[in-house]
Design a protein around this ligand. Structure first.
Ligand SMILES: NC(=O)C1=CN([C@@H]2O[C@H](COP(=O)(O)OP(=O)(O)OC[C@H]3O[C@@H](n4cnc5c(N)ncnc54)[C@H](O)[C@@H]3O)[C@@H](O)[C@H]2O)C=CC1
Ligand SMILES: O=C(CO)COP(=O)(O)O
Ligand SMILES: [Zn+2]
Length: 348
């Protein structure tokens, strides 16, 4: 008997373009939601665009969060219940979006993602990544019902947030290699469609490198399209596998041992240079990854990340402990191998 089944959850509406923030309430109307919205944001996004959101709704309460934590999720759940909200609107970078994503799961309601930074593919995905103590939970949640990505707003965000988004997409190259490896060695379920989409997204972004420059709204357009596409790959896979391999384990480990040092996308980009070296050796494609990152203005070295060499090596040798996800790191790389990889690739 054929007994396979799958449930692919995707955003229903994706609005992307100049000034689309002002179409937010129209996009919400299209979703036939009931109840009032509740806005989840953080200080800078709230200052930049909070009123443009509030002005579009008659009755909207809001909360502004300083950090992503389980405590913040509880705060949103309690406040949204008190306001008797019907759905959440998340305005900001990855932190308020992740918190709203997890809170909407707890509240059993939908949420709308309104990114103010094209900093990573979590703005579209059905994964929520919240740090807690010594670990980081990447939990399954529903993706946003709609994504409203205003390229005018995104283009005005600090440039490093956009280069972080580029690097998060470039890391798809090694994430897909790790996924294929896990499929071959550990029989992990693999989706050809999700793998191909994720890899093609990275190739198309790298192919557009000449149009990715500060001050060009087209850059925000190109990067956001890639983030949406990568998020769809994760939705098809039903996991973050197409966009998160060993380079992400390395970054999550950095978040533990050197919290707040660098942006998520920048860390995974540097991780990707080294894990590509592990995949294909000294004459392998790690130089292509390094060059693509450097062309887009993303960091390629420990120095550029603002992280010391010892911390890089510690993160690389312990990254495999972060979660039960088989990658090229296997059961761990030795300190000597980590130093060699980081040195040959010029990361340290
Ligand atoms: N759910 C998922 O699949 C993923 C989740 N994440 C999570 O997302 C978080 C990191 O997200 P980020 O967006 O890098 O961090 P973030 O949300 O902290 O934003 C970074 C900084 O940029 C500021 N900012 C945002 N938009 C701005 C704008 N338009 N102008 C000026 N400043 C602006 C924010 O206020 C903040 O200070 C982490 O918690 C990470 O774990 C990261 C990747 C994927
Ligand atoms: O950052 C991600 C994809 O780019 C999400 O991956 P994680 O599941 O490792 O949090
Ligand atoms: Zn990522």
């Amino acid at each position: 008997m054929f007994d396979k089944s799958t449930w692919i959850k995707l955003p229903r509406n994706v609005l992307q373009g100049h000034g689309v923030l002002d179409d937010l309430s129209a996009a919400v109307d299209e979703l036939y939601l009931s109840g009032d919205p509740f806005l989840v944001t953080s200080p800078s996004p709230n200052r930049i665009a909070g009123d443009r959101v509030r002005d579009q709704f008659d009755d909207i309460d809001s909360v502004s969060l300083d950090r992503a934590s389980f405590e913040s999720v509880e705060r949103v759940v309690d406040a949204a219940r008190e306001a008797d909200a019907g759905y959440l609107i998340a305005l900001g970078g990855g932190k308020p979006i992740d918190v709203a994503k997890m809170a909407s799961d707890r509240l059993d309601c939908g949420f709308i993602s309104v990114p103010t930074a094209a900093s990573h593919d979590g703005i579209v995905s059905g994964r929520s990544s919240i740090p807690e103590g010594d670990t980081r939970h990447s939990v399954a949640a529903d993706p946003p019902l709609a994504v409203v990505a205003d390229t005018e707003l995104l283009a005005e965000a600090p440039w490093e947030l956009t280069t972080a988004g580029c690097a998060d997409i470039i890391s798809n190259y090694t994430a897909v290699k790790d996924w294929e490896l896990a499929h071959r060695l550990k029989n992990v379920e693999y989706s050809e469609y999700a793998g191909a989409l994720s890899q093609m997204t990275a190739e198309m972004l790298v192919g557009s490198a000449d149009s990715i420059k500060p001050g060009l709204e087209e850059s925000a357009w190109i990067v956001t399209k890639a983030l949406v596409s990568s998020g769809v790959a994760m939705s098809i896979a039903g996991s973050s596998r197409p966009a998160s391999g060993a380079e992400h384990l390395f970054s999550h480990q950095l978040d533990r041992i050197a919290p707040g040092s660098a942006l998520h996308g920048h860390q995974v980009g540097v991780g990707s240079i080294m894990t590509e070296y592990f995949h294909s050796g000294a004459r392998g494609e790690w130089t292509d990854i390094r060059d693509a990152l450097s062309t887009m203005g993303a960091p390629t070295t420990a120095d550029e990340l603002g992280i010391d060499d010892e911390t890089i090596i510690e993160a690389l040798t312990t990254a495999h402990e972060i979660r039960d996800r088989y990658t090229i790191l296997g059961n761990g790389v030795s300190e000597e191998a980590a130093i060699e990889a980081a040195t040959i690739t010029g990361v340290i």
